[in-house]
Design a protein around this ligand. Structure first.
Ligand code: IMP
Ligand code: MG
Length: 192
């Protein structure tokens, strides 16, 4: 018998658990940045996390956004496709990203931000796949250590799907590759 689609999908964090983790990160970021902070979100995966995190901060906060092209293993680099709108010179910057996997993107972006001479740069990630690091990244703030498997939901996508799911789920990448829509009925129900 073929396995049910849900066999390759596990809930990792529900909306209430995510809110608790985000509030804890927000309290730590606020405590570490009493004079204020500039959150630099990495599009598009950061969007839900950034919106929730920003609302928990208790210090003056600026929001900036940037976007990168997916890491190109053949070219051996990534690149910024949407840069900061203004310099962050002298500001305390927290890079807000949905996931640190190999670390190549976060390492690249920290170096990119440092060229603008901020007072500091710290990395904040929703999920951290520490076992998969190629490049070391100093992650100051992490909500969750990611398990094996591909994460979707709460901003994280597979082929553009699932970003608008309220919780974070662990899925099987091979099953998603075979059918990218396989979890839509469960995670994005039409009657939700
Ligand atoms: P890096 O390997 O640390 O450079 O991460 C590259 C990018 O891969 C991340 O910013 C995500 O966009 C994507 N990515 C890596 N793992 C996952 C995952 O489990 N779910 C969704 N996207 C992922
Ligand atoms: Mg993606």
């Amino acid at each position: 018998m073929a396995p049910a689609p849900s066999d390759d999908l596990e809930p990792l964090l529900g909306p209430a658990e995510l809110a608790t983790h985000v509030a804890e990160l927000g309290a730590r970021i606020s405590a570490d940045h009493p004079d204020g902070v500039t959150l630099v979100g990495v599009l598009k995966g950061c969007v839900l996390f950034l919106a929730d995190l920003a609302r928990t901060l208790t210090v003056p906060t600026r929001l900036e956004l940037l976007a990168v092209a997916p890491y190109d293993g053949a070219a051996g680099r990534t690149r910024v496709v949407k840069d900061l709108d203004r310099p962050v010179t002298g500001e305390h910057v927290v890079l807000v990203t949905s996931i640190v996997d190999t670390g190549l993107t976060a390492d690249f972006l920290v170096r990119h931000l440092q060229r603008g001479a901020p007072a500091s740069v710290a990395v904040c990630t929703l999920a951290d796949k520490r076992a998969r690091r190629i490049v070391p990244v100093d992650v100051a703030y992490r909500a969750v250590d990611a398990p094996d498997g591909f994460l979707i939901g709460y901003g994280l996508d597979y082929a553009g799907r699932y970003r608008n799911v309220a919780g974070l789920w662990a899925a099987d990448a091979a099953a998603l590759a075979a059918d990218p829509d396989r979890h839509l009925d469960r995670l994005v129900p039409r009657d939700r």
